[in-house]
Design a protein around this ligand. Structure first.
Ligand code: ATP
Ligand code: MG
Length: 286
């Protein structure tokens, strides 16, 4: 009987390894630099231009707003999941990808008991293996939750703008995650660039500081131009890569997605959700 159970477990684990998904956390340090617009358009681009199976998660707990950009029903959120509802009822399918929406207000994870955390992890694990990509949009700042997602991710995209304050906060985020946890798998996106030259100059400042003071070699995965079309889209609750596919923003987004789509699958993230909740200080019930 025990052998049978072990056999089944091995089979499940084997399938999980074969279908391994990439977990990418999007963070910035400073607020308002374009994380959410990046996440939504990245999900759209990977799903529609590269035929990837994508799950987008709004982990900006308390200040969630992906549902606004997706112009979708805000009643199905992670809060329902924390309260024990079946994950299948909460998944939202929009524009060719799935989303787990966040909610506004106080977070209830801290009030969950071990058993609820354990079933939450199980349901997140069960659905994660369906996707090639799980993209996690986080909030501004550096807190334990953001650090947990960053540390557990295959790679993390750090979004900054050319503004010195945004650049300083991006550096501070990279520095603390590296100094505290030794994690250094960052890719940089320069958003709201007025020119390619400005984007490269901005990236070089960050690269030089990270190299000189931390000994980390940073890579820029791409840059996104400042565009009025993006602002128009936000007002209309539309997404730019869909509404203006030929806008320079959308074309650059497609380049970033093409680079990402070429990256090999990662084997290190088999227990992503377990790691996230362990890092948060919540031990999974065995
Ligand atoms: N490339 C761009 N061109 C023009 N405007 C932009 C661009 N990127 C972002 N913005 C503007 O910045 C605003 C904030 O973007 P977004 O909500 O994606 O930032 P955020 O980093 O997720 O913010 P928060 O830290 O509050 O979660 C957008 O509503 C838009 O007006
Ligand atoms: Mg946001």
């Amino acid at each position: 009987m025990e052998d049978q159970a072990k056999g089944l477990r091995d089979l499940i684990n084997k399938n999980k390894i074969l279908q391994n998904s990439k977990f990418i956390t999007i963070a910035s340090g400073k607020g308002g630099v374009g994380k959410t617009n990046f996440s939504v358009n990245f999900a759209y681009s990977l799903a529609n231009f590269f035929k990837k199976r994508v799950l987008l998660i709004d982990a900006d707990i308390g200040m969630a707003n992906i549902h606004i950009l997706l112009n979708t029903d805000p009643s199905k959120t992670l809060k329902n999941l924390f309260n024990g509802e079946n994950i299948e009822n909460i998944l939202v399918n929009r524009y060719g990808f799935d989303a787990l929406l966040g909610f506004s207000g106080i977070d209830s994870i801290s009030q969950m008991d071990e058993f609820s955390i354990s079933s939450l992890i199980n349901s997140l694990e069960e659905i994660s293996y369906r996707y090639d990509y799980i993209i996690i949009d986080t909030g501004a700042g550096i807190d334990d939750k953001i650090a947990s997602f960053l540390r557990a991710s295959s790679r993390s995209y750090i979004i900054t703008t050319p503004e010195p304050t945004a650049l300083m906060d991006a550096y501070a985020l990279i520095k603390s995650i590296y100094n505290i946890y030794g994690y250094n798998n960052f890719k940089i996106v320069i958003n709201m660039a007025k020119s390619k030259e400005e984007a490269f100059n901005t990236f070089n400042k960050l690269k030089i500081s990270a190299n000189k003071f931390l000994g980390i070699d940073l890579e820029m995965i791409g840059y996104l131009p400042l565009t009025q079309n993006l602002k128009k889209c936000v007002k209309k609750k539309e997404i730019i890569t869909k509404l203006f596919p030929n806008d320079p923003f959308s074309l650059e987004m497609k380049k970033i997605s093409a680079i990402e789509a070429e990256e090999p699958m990662d084997k290190q993230n088999i227990n992503f959700w377990e790691k996230v909740f362990d890092f948060l200080g919540q031990k999974r019930k065995k």
